[in-house]
Design a protein around this ligand. Sequence first.
Ligand SMILES: C[S@@+](CC[C@H](N)C(=O)[O-])C[C@H]1O[C@@H](n2cnc3c(N)ncnc32)[C@H](O)[C@@H]1O
Length: 302
Amino acid sequence: MTDDQLNLQQYLQDTAQQLEEAQVYLGHGTDNYWDEAVHLVLSCLGIPLDADTAVLEQPVDGEQQTRVKTWLVQRIEQRVPVPYLSGEAWFAGVPFAVNRDVLIPRSPLAELIEQDFAPWCMEPPRRVLDMCCGSGCIGIATALYLPESQVDLADLSVSALEVAQQNIQRHNVAQRVTTFESDLFAALPQDRLGSYDLIVSNPPYVDAQDMADLPAEYRHEPGLALASGEDGLDCVRRLLAEAGRFLSENGVLIVEVGNSWVALERAFPRVPFVWLEFARGGHGVFLLTNKDLAQYREHFAL
Ligand SMILES: C[S@@+](CC[C@H](N)C(=O)[O-])C[C@H]1O[C@@H](n2cnc3c(N)ncnc32)[C@H](O)[C@@H]1O
């Protein structure tokens, strides 16, 4: 059978095999080569990812194969992650526009959002800050799951905030979601002091060793979104020192630090970080209450 006679099922199998032979790194939404092929081919051909399996019988014509080939070359030779080719990534069941100015959404925090942050917040949080928002995926998904919430998004990167704005428009939440260009809390308005029921953050936290070892795929993502000093904690230290002033009395801080959880425990051995667990995988997400932050204030002083 020649290439121009392949149906979608066969074409996907062939693509998955090419991806596996090239040993592309999986870590941007899939964990096996078949799923990676499905994402790449269906997104490229404009077929919904949840299409009926009957589409597998459809032939893939020469023009379609040429289109997929240009993506496959970028995926294999330049190691470009599929969401940067398609311009879209799904997070907490919600589609987000992405480009190379933002991290590709993949945080385990999605699971907490889908559960309205229960049981970690006593009541669904009404005032929320997504600190280091990138595409805005965490804050915007939170606004969609919690229709009563008012959400602020903050990021240092103007180009990331442009993507976040696109996503705010796309999901029609401009009435409840506001963006701030800010170096952490520096440019947040005074009226935000003591206001947030929840500050949630996936800040940069990759340490120097992991940065040096990053697979090529991650080098397409902005360095500002990943690197955070020798031990990965530069940004997190500042968050810990500053977040308390912006939390409401019963407010909660939830931060992803990934592999840098080891360094964090080492840096603050007396602080009782609560490490959250995830049914779908992921690790290195801690929770501290405003009261914890106040109690251990001297430990966090910079
Ligand atoms: C790991 S990415 C997370 C993006 C998004 N929250 C997500 O989960 O996909 C970290 C983000 O922090 C931003 N950032 C880095 N340093 C910052 C700072 N000092 N203040 C505010 N944002 C910062 C980067 O621009 C990047 O968008």
